[in-house]
Design a protein around this ligand. Structure first.
Ligand code: UDP
Ligand code: MG
Length: 316
């Protein structure tokens, strides 16, 4: 099969027939064999009914129905697991992404050899309250992930080589960082295509401004995981040791300073009268705690089922 189109959706009943007809038209014009996997993320409107009707009429239409709303990432995860096409396309259900982009996205994967091609909504039809934070967000994501050529990490319209979606695990709200996940998994040929974007025709957005706060926290987590996920001691141990050593040196200075002053007959005071004593104490305690956090982290990662999860491309 040439293409799998995965559409995560939450309460998008009005858009679905139009979206399906549009995808179908594009596929038929280009002679692709395809499947469309609608992942109904616990919609409370008539979305599932629409999907059932479509699936009854068209053999290319497949559906997954969640019992409740889990989020876009879990929806994509289940779609990825099911996809059979050589190229996998994800797109939002709200008709903001245009299926007309599919042939070119596929060409970039098949002919230009990209692992992942992300859409770039250069001209957006979204409110300013969304576009400005989005710019900031993408700048940070570029910096942290090291994928310097992407302008729009969170674009719903993306194309993947099948290997990519079978070898990454999207979870939580990590759909914003799929290119980063792909890069960490060793799929480094990541490209971008400017795509048309339209204002939402039906329904309303499912994400509020909290997306930016959560987005930043998730980015931090990913960065940490990719750096230290399997070797937490390298960060906690280092910080802990540094703190402990500094604290210990400070204690020595305070203690020996007093002993020296006593033996030399100089005026002296209780070590507990010196602020340095308390600073030193705190540093030693924090240092020990960081160290223990490192050990605990090691214990956890030793038990992680990801500890020996490698991407083996070929074996002979
Ligand atoms: N979506 C989903 N589960 C959710 C929230 C959203 O499957 O919990 C889908 C939604 O139906 C749409 C896509 O994710 O197909 C993108 O959502 P939306 O258009 O609301 O996001 P925006 O365009 O505002 O970034
Ligand atoms: Mg949208």
């Amino acid at each position: 099969m040439d293409i799998s189109v995965i559409v995560p959706l939450y309460n998008e009943a009005e858009s679905l027939p139009e979206l399906h007809a549009w995808i179908q038209r594009v596929m038929e014009e280009n002679g692709f064999s395809y499947e469309i996997i609608f992942v109904n993320d616990g919609s409370t409107d008539g979305s599932w009914q629409v999907i059932e009707d479509l699936a009854a009429r068209f053999s290319e239409v497949k559906g997954i129905k969640f019992r409740r709303n889990y989020g876009k990432s879990p929806a994509l995860f289940c779609g990825f697991r099911r996809a059979e096409g050589d190229v996998v396309i994800t797109m939002d259900a709200d008709l903001q992404d245009s299926p007309d982009e599919i042939p070119e996205l596929r060409r970039m994967i098949v002919e230009d050899g990209y692992d992942l091609v992300s859409g770039y909504k250069q001209k957006r039809y979204d409110p300013l309250s969304k576009t400005i934070p989005t710019k900031l967000f993408n700048a940070t994501a570029r910096k942290v992930s090291g994928i310097k050529n992407l302008h729009d990490f969170n674009c719903g319209l993306k194309a993947y080589r099948r290997d990519v979606v079978k070898n990454i695990e999207v979870y939580g709200e990590m759909h914003r960082y799929i290119p980063y996940l792909a890069k960490e998994a060793g799929f480094t040929k990541i490209g971008e295509k400017v795509v048309h974007h339209q204002a939402r025709k039906y329904g309303s957005t499912k994400f509020g401004l909290d997306r930016f706060v959560n987005g930043y926290l998730d980015l931090l987590s990913l960065w940490f995981l990719s750096r230290f996920g399997l070797k937490p001691m390298h960060v906690f141990g280092l910080l802990g040791s540094l703190m402990f050593i500094l604290g210990f040196i400070a204690v020595l200075i305070v203690g020996f300073g007093k002993l020296y002053a006593m033996s030399a007959g100089l005026p002296y005071r209780l070590v507990t009268d010196s602020p340095y004593f308390f600073i030193a104490l705190t540093m030693m305690i924090l240092g020990t705690q960081l160290f223990v956090a490192g050990f605990l982290g090691e214990l956890i990662s030793r038990n992680s089922n990801l500890r020996n999860n490698y991407q083996i491309e070929k074996e002979l």
